[in-house]
Design a protein around this ligand. Structure first.
Ligand SMILES: C[S@@+](CC[C@H](N)C(=O)[O-])C[C@H]1O[C@@H](n2cnc3c(N)ncnc32)[C@H](O)[C@@H]1O
Length: 225
């Protein structure tokens, strides 16, 4: 049997609906990530890889007046929605384009920081995606990646349902979706540590968001000497 290609899902109204189911009401996650970036980079250019409908990019641009945020996503439907949202909010310090994490449409050393939320699990070659992010970062720049923890506890998985529409879905359905599709496609803490340690990034650390099944991975591109 052919494996379901989740990337076909994202480029459709169904993808936008699935995204809303999980992400709506989860401003806490975007805020946590964007406030960390805004503290570390006051002025500059930041890239969101696999930006989806642009919630993270919009939150970052809103909270950090010195930043310009680029978002790329493989799915044209997501980029259209991100552009619609930015226009509606009158946000001019964001720019979106269709693009592949494995072949980023930017020249070398353009960005002060790169982040990615909930997208890496879909990349067919994660090591290549990390090398691409490293390439487009300036020396001294950093990566912040958030992704589902494949081995998250059930209580952390339950955290997904707090604060968003998932609370209306019966718990067994959420559990099954996580254990067989979304979470199952991802990696765990040890795998994340290995993957980033094998990448060109330095100062790698792997943490987690409390009460949610999310890993937070940080790494740095060393300054040139
Ligand atoms: C679960 S959504 C997350 C969207 C957004 N980061 C957020 O948290 O709101 C995953 C996104 O990753 C995108 N994606 C998957 N593979 C990709 C790739 N190779 N390059 C760029 N984007 C990709 C999908 O199209 C989808 O929009």
């Amino acid at each position: 049997m052919r494996k379901l290609d989740l990337n076909l899902l994202w480029d459709s109204w169904l993808g936008l609906a699935c995204h809303a189911l999980v992400a709506y009401g989860r401003d806490d996650v975007y805020t946590q990530l964007t406030s960390e970036i805004a503290q570390m980079v006051r002025n500059g250019r930041v890239l969101d890889v696999g930006c989806g409908p642009g919630q993270g990019a919009a939150a970052l641009a809103r909270s950090a007046p010195g930043l310009f945020v680029d978002g790329i996503d493989l799915a044209p439907a997501m980029i259209q929605e991100a552009e619609r949202r930015a226009k509606k909010m009158g946000q001019t310090r964001v720019s979106f384009a269709v693009g592949d994490a494995l072949n980023l449409p930017f020249s070398d050393e353009q960005f002060d920081a790169v982040y990615t939320i909930d997208s890496m699990k879909h990349w067919p070659d994660r090591a290549k995606g990390l090398r691409e992010i490293f390439r487009v970062l300036k020396p001294g720049g950093f990566i912040l990646a958030m992704e589902l923890d494949r081995r998250a506890s059930n209580s952390a998985v339950r955290g997904l349902a707090r604060g968003g529409p998932l609370k209306y879905i019966p718990w067994p359905a959420t559990w099954a979706m996580f254990r067989t599709v979304a979470g199952a496609a991802s990696f765990d803490r040890d795998e994340a540590q290995r993957m980033f340690s094998d990448s060109p990034f330095a100062e790698v650390s792997v943490g987690a968001l409390s009460a949610l099944p999310l890993l937070v991975i940080r790494g740095k591109k060393r300054e040139l000497r």
